[in-house]
Design a protein around this ligand. Structure first.
Ligand code: SF4
Length: 377
């Protein structure tokens, strides 16, 4: 299954641990002072599901130690839903009857004014695959405009070449999010029926190219439901450790997207239920204490409330997944997937405060903008 994975990413030797774990080994792993890949594999095992409460307590204590009683907040902004991709799980794949739209400068400024009124200082701007309607020159312009309004402008778009990432870094972009979707090459090929996204290894290397191109942060993740979640999460861990070792001054974060209802009606072969999602979050928090773990509005209210501060340290809120969604001139048929948590910002912040968590809209300043240089890259 993992033939095409590079050696540094291949978790094959640890997969057995997820099957052969016993209670004593799992408890030792949860309480380990220096957990690594072996401990992660044990905590991801089916048998570790019985220790969810212990894992939650440890994950919460570690989150408090490294992030205090805070929750970083951000919002996504869809710039374009033009896409020639054939991802079976996506509501805006090329064969869906989604209405296509791309923001022009005036519309982008309207969106940014609406986002600024909500006090956000961190933004993720999204597009589909590389298209004439939304290629690098367009993105560069959008980054420069967004950077006039808020401090931290990041992108979740198509993989690029290193010099293209540098152009965006020069324009004020600080970070990139690129989910591998799945690290199983066979399933990856089946899920991505056509388009540039079929380049499995090129996508794996994209976060590294982005950092070499001068971006400061890279967000990783697997789309939970596509393949064996234990295998994918072990790969995400390996990917994160590899980036942190190679670009040690960079920031790496991990998100936990689960497949949501979308135009096309794709049903996952490996559904991840709420207990399994919690187990994954707790296990990664215990093994990666300092990395921001991110949960979006894809997840329902009860899951987000339950995981806030218990592993998760960063969340989106008041999200729109339509093009032009913030300034009210959007069409629902442009949406990539349905969001689940639709609470407004005051309601969500009230929930955070009731749990003793302080919402943080700004934790970085534009003064530090500009391409990063990694000495050992
Ligand atoms: S997931 Fe991205 S690349 Fe794939 S069809 Fe959707 S927008 Fe296009």
């Amino acid at each position: 299954m993992t033939d095409q994975l590079p050696d540094w990413l291949n978790p094959a030797k640890w997969m057995d641990f997820t099957e052969s774990a016993d209670h004593r080994k799992i408890q030792t792993a949860i309480m380990s002072t220096n957990p690594g890949e072996r401990e992660l594999a044990l905590m991801l095992s089916p048998a570790a599901g019985e220790f969810l409460e212990l894992m939650a307590q440890r994950a919460q204590a570690i989150t408090r130690r490294h992030f205090g009683r805070t929750m970083a907040l951000y919002t996504p902004l869809y710039l374009s839903n033009f896409c020639n991709g054939g991802c079976v799980y996506c509501g805006i794949a090329a064969d869906r009857r989604a209405k296509r739209a791309v923001l022009d400068e005036k519309q982008l400024r309207h969106e940014m004014e609406a986002i600024t009124r909500m006090h956000f200082e961190e933004l993720v701007m999204l597009t589909g695959e590389r298209m004439p309607e939304a290629d690098v020159p367009y993105l560069r312009e959008c980054v420069a405009i967004a950077a006039e309004y808020i401090a931290n402008v990041t992108i979740e778009v198509f993989p690029m070449k290193e010099h293209e990432y540098r152009l965006l870094a020069d324009a004020g972009c600080t970070g990139v999010t690129i989910y591998q979707e799945t690290y199983d090459p066979v399933i990856y090929e089946r899920m991505h029926r056509w388009g540039d996204k079929r380049d499995f290894l090129g996508r794996i290397d994209a976060p590294g190219r982005a950092l070499r191109g001068g971006l400061r942060t890279a967000g990783l993740g697997a789309l939970l439901g596509l393949a064996d979640p234990r295998h994918d999460i072990l790969c995400v861990y390996r990917h994160a450790k590899h980036l942190l070792k190679t670009y040690w001054q960079a920031g790496v974060s991990i998100s936990f997207p689960r497949i949501r209802p979308q135009l096309g009606g794709f049903q996952p072969d490996h559904p991840v239920d709420e207990r399994m999602l919690a187990q994954i979050v707790f296990a990664l928090r215990i093994c990666l204490p300092e990395i921001p773990l991110v949960l979006s509005t894809r997840e329902p209210q009860r899951v987000r409330d339950g995981l806030a501060g218990v592993g998760i340290s960063k969340m989106s809120i008041a999200s729109k997944t339509t093009v032009g969604g913030y300034s009210d001139d959007s069409d629902e048929s442009t949406e990539q997937f349905e969001i689940s948590d639709e609470r407004d910002i005051p309601t969500f912040c009230e929930m955070l405060r009731s749990k003793g968590l302080e919402p943080v809209f700004k934790n970085w300043d534009a003064t530090y903008r500009g391409p990063a240089h990694y000495a050992n890259s």
